[in-house]
Design a protein around this ligand. Structure first.
Ligand SMILES: *Cc1c(COP(=O)(O)O)cnc(C)c1O
Ligand SMILES: [Zn+2]
Length: 421
């Protein structure tokens, strides 16, 4: 079959696999699977509901070595791995003994998502949204992004034959801007913060100019969100089909954290792991910590803030899924905490120095919160713990002031004289 370069390839008969409907998180109203994201009755967010058949560990283990091994648990066709799409996932779950020893923890793993195709966890969510866009016949992919999402959309659009036009706040890190632009789509910087960009995109969707566009994190958000479940599936599978007892997750909009919980719950319900308690801990930077503040104060409502932090990938002042994050962390017995920018930098270096993992600022936030909550006795040092690193330090080089130890003449004498031995 000949497909023009700009013509997205068609999908198979059951484009949404085990997905049965969209359902409202607030009132439970159900809708047909479509490019819809808010309930017509209560404006609550819609999420994908499933009608799973039996799914076995063996079936998953025999699948491709990427997120598509979990196709039986995702709103995608069974043969999704055959389509021209990105193949993110199955990133390493690194046993972090040296970091654990330094922090006084018995068992710690780092789920290191920096090695995805565009070097952040966003490739997971975009991959699912792209399949939905393909099915709905959108030709242009778009998003409002704090940086990493723009790169993931640009790359996935190129691979799958879509146009793309992404929106970012002005002043992002160079690594993120270059990564977004190199794939040939349009990158538009808006003079404002992420929340301004998000508002702009909502307006654009309502306008004829943007109504045919697939915004991965707006009108395709129910599908996008499902991609984060693959982090939960992988962690469980990589632990030998077992849930961790504690997990530390970064919060931007809060989608990832709530979907990791959804993923764990599905594994329990399908009998793929033993039902044992786990605690979910959310991590924010102090300069953008609306969810952590609500948690501390015992509030159910999130008070929006104006972000001011080096952790730009997490700088969402009005997080859409904030209230649901509070629900998950409270229900599981976890917490939401924040760390200062100085602690973020320190924690990036700690992770690099102990485990050889160079995290972006979001990984500094989670590692910092891990350290802080252990020191405060909130995290249990005896419990099996996983901390997420969701992005690559190469995209946030300016956060760390590391450089050469010395610059010397290329002679043995000069080296000996420099006092480095
Ligand atoms: C987007 C992002 C997150 C989490 O985003 P949510 O909106 O909370 O799902 C975490 N880490 C990095 C590096 C990101 O880019
Ligand atoms: Zn509703």
């Amino acid at each position: 079959m000949a497909i023009a370069a700009t013509e997205p390839a068609a999908t198979s008969a059951r484009p949404f696999g085990p997905a049965a409907a969209l359902s409202c998180r607030e009132c439970g109203e159900r809708y047909d699977l479509g490019p819809k994201f808010a309930c017509e009755f209560c404006f609550g967010p819609l999420e994908v509901a499933y009608d799973h058949g039996a799914v076995t560990r063996e079936q998953i283990e025999a699948g491709p070595l990427n997120i598509w091994r979990y196709a039986p648990l995702l709103p995608v066709p069974a043969d999704v791995d055959e389509l021209p799409n990105m193949k993110p996932g199955l990133t390493p779950l690194v046993r972090a003994d040296r970091l654990a020893a330094e922090l006084g923890l018995r068992s710690l793993h780092v789920k290191d998502d920096s090695g995805n195709p565009t070097h952040s966890f966003k490739d997971r969510v975009v991959a699912i949204a792209v399949e939905a866009a393909r099915t709905f016949g959108f030709r242009t992919l778009s998003c409002s992004s704090t940086g990493n999402l723009a790169g993931a959309v640009g790359a996935a659009a190129a691979r799958a034959g879509f146009e793309s036009c992404v929106f970012i706040p002005a002043g992002l890190e160079e690594g993120k801007v270059v990564m977004a632009a190199v794939y040939g789509g349009k990158v538009v910087a808006l003079d404002g913060n992420y929340d301004d960009v998000n508002r702009f995109c909502s307006e654009l969707i309502g306008d004829p100019a943007g109504e045919d566009w697939g915004f991965v994190n707006v009108n395709l958000r129910p599908y996008y969100g499902e991609g984060s479940k693959t982090l939960a599936y992988e962690i469980a599978e990589q632990l030998g089909w077992r849930l961790p007892e504690q997990i530390v997750v970064p919060i931007a909009s809060g989608s990832q954290l709530t979907k990791i919980d959804k993923g764990f719950q599905e594994l329990i319900r399908l009998g793929l792991v033993e039902d044992r308690p786990y605690k979910v801990f959310g991590a924010q930077a102090t300069g953008c910590s609306p969810v952590a503040r609500a948690f501390e104060q015992g509030h159910d409502v999130i008070q929006p803030v104006k972000p001011d932090t080096i952790a730009k990938s997490l700088a969402i002042g009005n997080p859409a899924d904030g209230p649901y994050v509070l629900d998950v962390c409270r229900r599981t017995g976890g917490a939401v905490a924040h760390v200062s920018d100085a602690e973020v930098v320190d924690s990036i270096k700690l992770l690099a120095r102990t485990e050889g993992i160079f995290a972006e600022t979001a990984g500094g936030v989670t590692t910092g919160v891990l350290r802080r909550l252990l020191a405060e006795g909130v995290l249990d040092p005896q419990a099996e713990t996983v901390v997420l690193n969701t992005g690559d330090g190469l995209k946030t080089l300016n956060a760390v002031d590391s450089g050469v130890t010395a610059t010397i003449r290329p002679s043995l004498d000069a080296f000996k004289e420099a006092g480095l031995l």
